[in-house]
Design a protein around this ligand. Structure first.
Ligand code: KG4
Ligand code: ZN
Length: 330
C-alpha cells in the first residue's frame, strides 16, 4: 500500500510517499519560513499563498524522487486539521482533486496524530506508551494505548513550547523559527546560567504553561540586553525542565516501558538528552524521531494515513479542513 502524504497546516508545504506506513520512498518539503521571517512569525494569508505556489511542484518532486507514476499510488493522505484554515484548505483541496483524478481514496489526518506517527517511520510503535508532542502550536502529553486509542493527559494552557522559543527568539531579535536559533545561542553560553526562569506549577494537573516564563524572560532581557546567550540558555533550560518534569510525573501515574517524543521541538538536543537521561534512570525506552521527521513533513502524514485508512476513514467528497479539532476526538 503506497500512500502519498501531503502536509500544509502551517508554513511547510510537504509531500512524501510511504509504503505500508513504514517504508519511506520519498520526502520533499518547501518551507516558507524565509518569507515569514520578514514578518517575525507566520502570517496566515502569506502561508496560504505560499502553499498554493508550492503544492504542485512539491508533490511532483515527491513522485519523481520515488520514481512512481499516478497508477502506483494507492491513496492520498492529507492533514485535515488542526492548523491555519487557509493553509489547510490548499492541501485538502489539492488532495481531493488528486483523489478524483486518480480514482483513489483520500484520508484526512489529524496533524498531532501525524506527528506521533513520525515514530512509526523508524520502527513499529510499542504500546502502551507515553508520548509528548511538542510543536510550535501544541504541547500535548498523551497516554497512547494503541492505534486510535489515546488519552490526552495534559495540554498547554497558553503558549506552546515551540511558541515560547519563537517568541523568546523574537525578543532577542533572532529570526523565525526561533527554536533552532535559541538552541544555537544557548550552546555558545557558559553551561550554567546565573539565573533561572520560573517554571509554572499547576497543582496535580499535567498541563503546561509557558506564558509566565515568557514575561519573566522579556523582563530579564530588557534589564540585561548584552547577555543574550545566557538568556537563551535560561529559556531553553526552563522549557526543557518543564517538559521533562511533567513527563516524569505522568510516568508515575502510567508506568509504561516506552516514551515517544514528536513535533518540531523534539529536534532540540537538550530536550532529547534530558529525556534520554531520565529514561535511563527510570528504566524506560525513549524514542525520538530523526530531526527531519520531527518538524512538519509529509512522511508522518502518510504513515498516520495508512493506519487511519486501515480503520476505514476515507474523506467524503464534501469534507473540508477541520480546525479546531481536539486530539481527543480522533
Ligand atoms: O512541528 P513543527 O514543525 O510545526 C508545528 O506543528 O508547529 O514545529 C515547529 C516548532 C517551532 O516553534 C520551532 O521553533 C520549533 O518547532 N523547533 C525547535 C527546534 N527546531 C524546531 N525548538 C527548539 N529547538 C529546536 N532545535
Ligand atoms: Zn507540526
Amino acid at each position: 500500500m503506497r500512500i502519498l502524504g501531503i502536509e500544509s497546516s502551517c508554513d511547510d508545504t510537504a509531500a512524501a510517499i510511504v509504503q505500508d506506513g513504514l517504508k519511506l520512498l520519498s520526502n520533499q518539503r518547501f518551507s516558507s519560513a524565509a518569507v515569514q521571517q520578514r514578518y517575525g512569525g507566520v502570517v496566515p494569508e502569506v502561508a496560504a499563498r505560499e502553499h498554493t505556489l508550492a503544492v504542485l511542484p512539491v508533490v511532483q518532486s515527491a513522485m519523481a524522487e520515488a520514481g512512481l507514476t499516478a497508477q502506483s499510488v494507492d491513496a492520498v493522505a492529507v492533514t485535515q486539521g488542526p492548523g491555519l484554515m487557509g493553509a489547510l484548505l490548499v492541501g485538502v483541496t489539492f488532495a481531493k482533486a488528486l483523489g478524483l483524478c486518480w480514482h483513489i481514496p483520500v484520508v484526512g489526518v489529524h496533524h498531532l496524530e501525524a506527528h506521533l506517527y513520525a515514530n512509526a517511520l523508524v520502527e513499529p510503535i510499542q504500546f502502551p506508551n507515553l508520548a509528548l508532542i511538542v510543536s510550535g502550536g501544541h504541547t500535548t502529553l498523551v497516554h497512547w494505548r494503541g492505534h486510535a486509542d489515546l488519552v490526552v493527559l495534559g495540554n498547554t494552557r497558553d503558549d506552546a513550547a515551540g511558541e515560547a522559543f519563537d517568541k523568546g527568539a523574537r525578543l532577542l531579535g533572532l529570526p523565525y523559527p526561533g527554536g533552532p536559533e535559541i538552541e544555537a545561542l544557548a550552546q555558545s553560553a557558559n553551561q550554567t546560567p546565573s539565573f533561572s526562569l520560573p517554571i509554572a506549577r499547576l497543582g496535580e494537573s499535567l498541563d503546561f504553561s509557558f506564558s509566565g516564563l515568557k514575561t519573566a524572560f522579556d523582563e530579564w532581557v530588557h534589564r540585561h540586553p548584552t547577555r543574550q546567550a545566557e538568556a537563551a540558555l535560561a529559556l531553553e533550560t526552563a522549557v526543557v525542565t518543564a517538559l521533562v518534569r511533567n513527563l516524569a510525573r505522568a510516568h508515575q501515574q502510567y508506568p509504561v516501558a516506552h516514551v515517544y517524543l514528536a513535533g518540531g521541538v523534539a529536534a532540540n538536543r537538550r530536550l532529547s538528552r534530558q529525556v534520554r537521561e531520565w529514561g535511563e534512570s527510570a528504566g524506560v525506552a525513549v524514542h525520538i524521531p530523526p530531526v527531519d521527521y520531527c518538524t512538519d513533513n509529509g512522511a508522518m502524514v502518510a504513515a498516520a494515513g495508512f493506519y487511519r485508512w486501515q480503520r476505514g476513514h476515507v474523506l467524503a467528497w464534501d469534507a473540508g479542513p477541520k480546525t479546531p479539532w481536539p486530539l481527543a476526538d480522533v
